[in-house]
Ligand binder design. Structure first.
Ligand code: ATP
Ligand code: MG
Length: 574
């Protein structure tokens, strides 16, 4: 393609709302133009990159036997009610809903489990048709609370979503392993530095959920990983061996101490000369289920923190927030900072983290302003709480297997694979006829890749001060042949010939024949980030051109043939 025929509109200034390099660079290079918050138009060059990513996705999924189809974006409320998710998504505010002219409620698909499950129920009758894995690549719609970072968190974005249908758990395990393999190859081919990490699997729990994370400081997710053992998990899900606490002592008599204005763990450490690990803090939350709101109390060892995702799973609630001051006063009868298990109303569910199991003589609040209780023994001085793992693992702690120390890194979630089991098929009564001739619910998996987010992640990992450095397999063009003296026909002819020879050799090249002076032309090309460049300049008449890689920008003089050969060589393993 001749760049003089391509719409290119680079900006001199960074857009005001761009907080991270990849957003800044994509906008400045004119690859994306904002239509509304979290909604973008992809330029022709950006669309080339997105199509290349989609092609890689298709190649690798097809290789594993998945089949592409296309589902509707516009979906009726009844379908979402059959899975029980309409209310939840509406309450969350994440789903775009609308009414048609007859007043029927509809939504724009934020995800497609309902549609695909209904489709499989209609189209698959017998176990003989299984296994099956269906995918589509399409725009998704989510009314995100904070659309930001360009394509990273959009309200309309491109997703590949796949759904597997199997007869039993074993077959699901196999489908999941295939997708994991395909995902590894996809992100490798996109030129990303990434890793698969254990992810929160919701209230169902289990080990069947992994996120594919592109490592980058701008990532919205925190990952804990252990270089020694390879353990890696989203902090939402991560486990660890907790730091030691002082040895438990024989239960002593309960004491009530006046502690005016002593409310925080730090203040208590000083006041009682006690380590935080000998205390239990009690935090009140307001949890929401589809039919009610409730205040729950959660006890955590004083030196540790609560993981709210684990708490949501333990409660199997829809949402959770810290109780406000009013709620705390109404529930405990005391000011903020004095909540505790002793004397807590029986109406309030009481949870405690596993690290408090078997602990004795704890220091806690006692639901009275200005007082704390010493030597609290759970089950003796208060109810026995419901124990669960509610603790947030932290960097510096030992990984769950004991093999090494956890470190924290940031990541961008570009993909997610998830064993659903029969959650949707049971709820929606989607069945097939089993080998025994009985109706059985499909055993399902679901799999997503953020295609537009992946494109921007590549930029987040591959750029310098001057601009983007596209990994070759997803670059809009692999090589640019830049003609400097565009007014001289013989120089242009040499450039055109090089461009055509590259094309003939199967290289995705473009010719920069734009009537632009060398300075601005180089600046543009650095910003746009094509991985390889052949510059046709002063020595072109002698058969010498300049070859450079965008990654290091070092220029070398080569004969035309050598420059073409170098391009082919560098692109050989793509
Ligand atoms: P997140 O935790 O980032 O909100 P999610 O877990 O809700 O994402 P999934 O439902 O797992 O997202 O969607 C599959 C993939 O789609 C994600 O792994 C991510 O790459 C991409 N994705 C999700 N939400 C967005 C968004 N708002 N903008 C761009 N890509 C997104
Ligand atoms: Mg996800």
């Amino acid at each position: 393609m001749h760049l003089s025929q391509v719409l290119i509109s680079t900006l001199r200034e960074d857009p005001a709302d761009a907080e991270i390099p990849s957003h800044r660079l994509l906008a400045r290079a004119g690859y994306i133009v904002k239509t509304a918050a979290g909604i973008y138009t992809y330029s022709p060059l950006m669309w080339r990159t997105l199509k290349k990513i989609m092609q890689i996705v298709r190649d690798e999924l097809d290789r594993e036997g998945a089949q592409e189809l296309m589902m509707p974006i516009l979906q009726p409320r009844e379908l979402w009610e059959s899975s029980g998710r309409w209310e939840r998504y509406v309450a969350d505010g994440i789903m775009y809903t609308l009414q048609d002219r007859k007043g029927a409620d509809m939504c724009l698909g934020p995800t497609h489990e309902e549609v695909i499950t209904a489709f499989a129920n209609a189209a698959v009758n017998s176990y003989k048709q299984l296994p099956i894995n269906l995918y589509q690549i399409q725009d998704k719609f989510r009314d995100e609370i904070r659309p930001r970072f360009g394509l990273m968190r959009g309200r309309e974005f491109i997703m590949m979503d796949a759904y597997s249908f199997d007869a039993d758990q074993e077959a699901l395990d196999e489908a999941y392993a295939k997708m994991s393999r395909a995902y590894h190859r996809i992100f490798e081919r996109c030129g990303l530095e990434f890793g698969a990490v254990q992810a929160d699997a919701g209230a169902i729990g289990g080990s069947g959920s992994e996120e594919f994370m592109v490592f980058a400081d701008a990532g919205e997710d925190a990952i804990l990983r252990c270089p020694a053992t390879g353990y890696a998990a989203n902090v939402e899900r991560a486990g660890s061996i907790p730091p030691e606490a002082p040895a438990a002592t024989d239960p002593a008599a309960l004491e009530k101490h006046e502690t005016p204005d002593i409310r925080t763990v730090e203040q208590l450490e000083g006041f009682f000369s006690m380590p935080a690990a000998a205390m239990a803090k009690t935090v009140l939350y307001e949890a929401t289920w589809s039919d009610r709101d409730e205040v729950v109390a959660v006890m955590m060892r004083g030196d540790l923190e609560i993981n709210e995702v684990k708490l949501v799973n333990a409660l199997d609630c829809l949402a959770l927030k810290l109780a406000d001051d009013e709620k705390i006063k109404a529930t405990t009868g005391a000011e903020v900072g004095f909540a505790g298990p002793v004397g807590l109303s029986e109406d309030v569910r009481l949870f405690a983290d596993e690290t408090l199991r078997g602990r004795t003589n704890l220091l806690t609040g006692c639901n009275e302003t200005g007082y704390h209780c010493l030597n609290v023994n759970l089950g003796r001085d208060c109810r026995e709480p419901e124990f669960a793992d509610l603790r947030k693992a932290r960097a510096g702690e030992t990984e769950p297997g004991g093999g090494g120390v956890l470190e924290e890194v940031r990541g961008i979630e570009v993909g997610h694979i998830f064993k659903l089991g029969t959650k949707y098929s049971s709820a929606m009564n989607a069945t097939f006829s089993s080998q025994e001739g009985k109706p059985a619910p499909f055993v399902m998996g679901c799999y997503g890749i953020g295609v537009s987010r992946t494109a921007q992640s590549a930029v987040e990992q591959n750029h310098d001060d001057a601009g983007i450095i596209w990994p070759a397999p997803i670059a809009p063009f692999e090589v640019v042949v830049a003609v400097l003296d565009y007014k001289k026909d013989d120089v242009m002819a040499i450039g055109t010939k090089i461009y055509e020879d590259l094309r003939a050799a199967g290289v995705d090249a473009c010719l920069d024949d734009r009537p632009v002076r060398p300075g601005p032309k180089f600046k543009d090309l650095e910003l746009l980030g094509f991985p390889l460049q052949i510059t046709v300049g002063r020595k072109a008449g002698e058969g010498i051109v300049e070859f450079s890689e965008r990654r290091n920008r070092e220029k070398v003089d080569l004969s035309i043939d050598d420059a073409i050969a170098r391009c082919r060589e560098l692109l050989a393993d793509r």
